[in-house]
Design a protein. Structure first.
Length: 365
């Protein structure tokens, strides 16, 4: 049994100042390539709302079983016929990257590597901006040294630092997490692992028969699914001579009635006389769009035996990892998309993973 002994509160200087007590439920959700979220319910019939705001609003929370920090973005009091309670809600510290637009990163030059681009963008927008009011001195970025040989095609116009970092994660099929180290919140990209047993490793297998997952729900939906992206820009020497150029980026499933098309615009024009080489420049925009509109196969359930596999970074399995899963006697592989820790006074600790069994994007095209 995983007991939640404390929910610690940190101010914006990352100094521990308080703790959340008296709660009846804590729901803490971590997500792969997306913001995590939390909700804490505190029964309180005589709530001093100002006190809750002073103690918690816009501060950070931490629990012992997660490396992520959560930011209190919402405080709600609900009275009426139900038991009056205060709710604390918010997203994880990755959302801090959304607070900085790419103001100093106006263009992405062709020469530098992806590593150099993201390190420079973080320095210019967060760590050492020319406008000191934009500085967030308690944030740091781990060096993505493996990206030294890659170049990034990206249009920063109208984007935030989070948009850029998420684009990198989607382009290179990796995760992005935050973790607190001393008085720093650090950001790190990491490469998920194959925990299906395909590489002679001990598999992580979620199965009702094995007792590792119960109440399994499988769901497939195709409403937003797209197989083909037409990435288009305007090409010409000047505004009066612009014409549309488009390149088709399709996955291997896009044929006949199964072909589902979409338009994608990088948001910039191309001024040289011809479009030679443009297809290769535009293709990553199409692949990213198709990644965001992939066929959705989701498997959810409740983890029953916490002694079988340990969840966490550098543990048995983590966000983004490929795991084995059995549904109705059929084994397949799926990616850990989301993991929820839940504590309630009545039921104690429970955990709920969401697994993405959609086609693996590395083998998609």
């Amino acid at each position: 049994m995983m007991y939640l002994e404390s929910v610690r509160v940190y101010n914006n200087d990352l100094v521990a100042i308080d703790a959340v007590t008296g709660w009846s439920s804590v729901v803490w959700t971590e997500r792969y390539q997306d913001f995590g979220e939390f909700e804490i319910r505190i029964p309180d019939a005589r709530a001093d709302i100002q006190s809750y705001k002073d103690r918690f609003f816009d501060n950070l929370l931490q629990i012992p079983y997660s490396n992520e920090s959560m930011i209190v973005e919402e405080i709600t009091y609900e009275g009426g016929r139900t038991t009056p309670a205060v709710y604390l809600r918010g997203r994880d510290a990755k959302s801090l990257l959304q607070r900085r637009v790419l103001a100093a990163t106006q263009v992405i030059p062709m020469g530098p590597s992806t590593r150099e681009i993201v390190l420079q963008a973080f320095n210019d927008e967060v760590a050492n901006p020319s406008e000191k009011g934009r500085e967030m001195k308690y944030l740091a970025l781990d060096d993505p040294s493996s990206w030294s040989v890659h170049h990034l095609d990206y249009d920063p116009d109208g984007k935030s630092l989070w948009d850029l970092f998420l684009y990198c994660a989607q382009t290179y099929y990796c995760g992005l997490r935050s973790y607190m180290q001393g008085r720093k919140i650090r950001y790190q990209w990491w490469k998920p692992r194959d925990r299906t047993g395909a590489n002679q490793t001990y598999p992580v297998l979620f199965s009702e028969d094995l007792g590792s997952l119960s109440n399994i729900v499988y769901r497939r939906q195709s409403r937003t699914y797209r197989t083909s992206a037409y990435v288009h820009i305007q090409v010409g020497e000047n505004q009066s001579s612009l014409s549309r150029y488009a390149t088709d980026v399709s996955n291997r499933f896009g044929q006949g009635m199964n072909r589902r098309e979409m338009w994608v615009s990088p948001g910039w024009n191309y001024t040289p006389k011809n479009a030679n080489g443009l297809a290769g420049v535009l293709a990553p925009y199409g692949r990213t769009a198709l990644h965001q509109h992939s066929l959705a196969d989701e498997i959810s359930g409740e983890v029953l035996r916490h002694d079988m596999y340990e969840y966490g970074f550098d543990k048995d399995f983590f966000l983004g990892d490929l795991v084995a899963v059995e549904v109705a006697g059929k084994r397949s592989r799926a990616r850990v998309k989301e993991y929820t820790h839940s504590w309630t006074i009545d039921q104690g600790y429970r955990a709920y993973p969401i697994l993405d069994a959609s086609p693996i994007m590395e083998n998609y095209f």
